[in-house]
Design a protein around this ligand. Sequence first.
Ligand code: FES
Length: 186
Amino acid sequence: KEIATVVEAACAGCGTCAAECPTDAIHMRHFEDDQLIAQVDAILADSDHDKVVAFACNWCSYAGGDTAGTGRLQYPTSIKIIRVPCTGKVDLLHILRAFEKGADGVYVVGCLEGDCHFNNGNFRARKRVEQAQNILNTIGIEGERAQMYNLSSSEGPRFAEYAREMDEKIRNLGPNPIKQAKQKAA
Ligand code: FES
């Protein structure tokens, strides 16, 4: 019955607590749920074209994207990246929101297993992606539209390879059925 308090000095800054808290009692400055959701919504405001949302860890895959860019490696324009402090910050809510808003696919790219700067954020993210897959399958949408990948910041080619893999997967599956239903109803 005590009131929980946050010891700010002990905060590592991954955001995993904010994503895990079942009562939404804690938030992360600069990566509030509202801010991430606003990014998802802005990306999907126009969903006429294929869109795949990639939640990328600041320390590995986001930097891997930079490495791909500086190496002039190409990846599909359908891939829209949202930077997170660690994949532990990616909430099931963010993944499902993207599908609700018309994303054809969503993937989370974290550090290599064992290399998460906050120990286990990427393992938690993988569990949430699996939860999202189960929910999608239950409501009749292909669960494979949600994926989890791991890479290091030096792996620009692998970043581009995963982006192409997701783009191809989505092309094979076709558009998100939620988006199609909304377009028919409009
Ligand atoms: Fe990269 Fe946790 S710091 S996944």
